[in-house]
Design a protein around this ligand. Structure first.
Ligand code: AMP
Length: 141
């Protein structure tokens, strides 16, 4: 398996070199909105520590990221009045991974509404800003 590339786009976001619509941060995890959401509120949850994906991640970081994903999923149900949550996580190109810093997709779902195709439509920054505020507020409630 290739080694971790510290120049991947999510590593740059974690270092503050690129912007994001942040929704959550703790000592080991960081979360922001997907810029091409498959549904409103589509969030990516990452370990702060370098990890390419599930295959090389520290098990403690992996467990922590899933706990953070649960926290975000619960808040997203409230913030987006969702009926359910889809969690996705891809590993290596053959597994559907495009960005090679481990991340978990937390996607709020409405009954009967299909997901948009992956990376199909770039959302307006103003819409993402509003959604990030809503989700961050639900996380504090
Ligand atoms: P995957 O590696 O297959 O889990 O997909 C990477 C995800 O990252 C896709 O859903 C993209 O829409 C998303 N994405 C790519 N670049 C950015 C970015 N700069 N900020 C937020 N999300 C991104």
């Amino acid at each position: 398996m290739p080694s971790y590339d510290a120049n991947n786009i999510f590593a740059k976001i974690l270092r503050g070199e690129l912007p994001c619509h942040k929704v959550y941060e703790d000592e080991r995890a960081f979360a922001f909105l997907d810029i091409m959401p498959r549904a409103p509120g589509h969030t990516l949850v990452l370990p702060k520590a370098p990890a390419r994906n599930l295959l090389d991640a520290d098990p403690g970081d992996l467990a922590h990221v899933m706990q953070a994903a649960q926290t975000i999923a619960r808040a997203a149900i409230k913030a987006f009045n969702a009926d359910g949550i889809t969690v996705q996580q891809f590993n290596e190109s053959a597994g559907g991974q495009v960005v090679f810093h481990l991340h978990v997709h937390v996607i709020p779902r409405k009954a009967g509404v299909p997901l948009k195709p992956p990376a199909s439509v770039k959302e307006e920054p103003s819409v993402l800003s509003d959604q990030a505020l809503k989700l961050a507020a639900a996380l504090k409630a």
